[in-house]
Design a binder for this molecule. Structure first.
Ligand code: CP
Ligand code: NVA
Length: 308
């Protein structure tokens, strides 16, 4: 595994499999003392410019369960708010901490943190990528479908950070992914191109289309995310209109395989990108997905922080 985790494409299939082996062991141990000393004496910093429930709490609780500590650094409280540079902050924090989780807007900002930090930097979501989410999602897909090869994922809605990371994950693990989105809301073109090239070697297939009903045909996994991501609030009215035909509802679910599972990274907006009956229905695995953030991130923390 590399010393930073900024995107899913930083990892090979072998690295992901090793990570998931560790995550499965940690999940089986739950909170038993066995896992408790792995990161004893280590401190993780979390610098977040955007709100978070799952990412913050699962990293903090995970660090705690591994015997380490965490310090939450809100953008409102540290000197960056008064103009201190990323580079100075990263260098100073590297003298105190053993790892950093960063949630920020532009992806190049997390890259700047990684360039300047002497400790591992983990991307806790940028406008372009959400790797920790998708690693937990890949782990969840294997739990539910027992495999990746031959699994078809349909992602319906906005081609955002989660869609981008999911496309990278599908390409690496050999899944078929069909993204249905309106014109102008496609996933990142460079990521799609990278994934298509990679797919040739792994047996994956990557499709970006318009019709959600075509995307979900034969799908084992239906995935959606919010229509308005953090930072896009001013575009909300237009997004609600343009994306209205991409709602994950009972009609769309009925067009997928009968045993399809429904995924959403959360937070969800019932009545917008997904209806309440589908999100809260028997095919939904969103809470398992959320739980797996904890186990997979404990494995990430162990691999990146333990032997430093
Ligand atoms: N899915 C996810 O990253 O949730 P939070 O924004 O609550 O961290
Ligand atoms: N696409 C969403 C994901 C939230 C976890 C956002 O960036 O706001």
């Amino acid at each position: 595994m590399t010393s930073h985790l900024l995107a899913v494409h930083d990892l090979s299939k072998e690295a992901i499999l090793a990570l998931f082996k560790e995550a499965a062991e940690l999940k089986a141990m739950r909170r038993r003392a066995l896992s408790a000393q792995r990161l004893s004496g280590k401190t993780l910093g979390l610098f977040f410019e955007k709100p978070s429930t799952r990412t913050r709490v699962s990293f903090e609780a995970g660090m705690n369960q591994l015997g380490g500590q965490s310090i939450f650094l809100s953008v409102m409280d540290i000197q960056m708010r008064r103009g201190e540079t990323v580079s100075d902050t990263a260098k100073v924090l590297s003298r105190y901490l053993d790892g950093l989780v960063i949630r920020c807007y532009e992806h190049h900002a997390v890259e700047e943190w990684a360039r300047n930090a002497a400790i591992p930097v983990i991307n806790g979501l940028t406008d372009l990528h959400h790797p920790c989410q998708v690693l937990a999602d890949l782990f969840t897909i294997r739990e539910k479908k027992r495999r990746w090869k031959g699994v078809k994922v349909a992602y319906v809605g906005d081609g955002n950070n989660v869609a981008n990371s999911l496309i990278e994950g599908a390409a690496i693990m050999g899944m078929a992914i069909s993204v249905a989105c309106p014109h102008g809301y496609e996933p990142d073109a460079a990521i799609v191109e990278w994934a298509r090239e990679h797919a040739e070697r792994t047996g994956a297939s990557i499709e970006v289309i318009r019709d959600p009903f075509v995307a979900v045909k034969g799908a084992d996994v239906l995935y959606t995310d919010v229509w308005t991501s953090m930072g896009q609030e001013k575009e909300q009215a237009r997004r609600l209109k343009v994306l209205a035909a991409y709602q994950l509802n009972g009609r769309l679910l009925a067009a997928a395989r009968a045993d399809a599972v429904v995924m959403h990274c959360l937070p969800a907006h019932r009545g917008q990108e997904i209806t309440a009956d589908v999100l809260d229905g028997p095919q939904s695995v969103v809470l398992d997905q959320a739980e797996n953030r904890l186990h997979v991130q404990k494995a990430i923390l162990t691999r990146l922080l333990r032997d430093r």
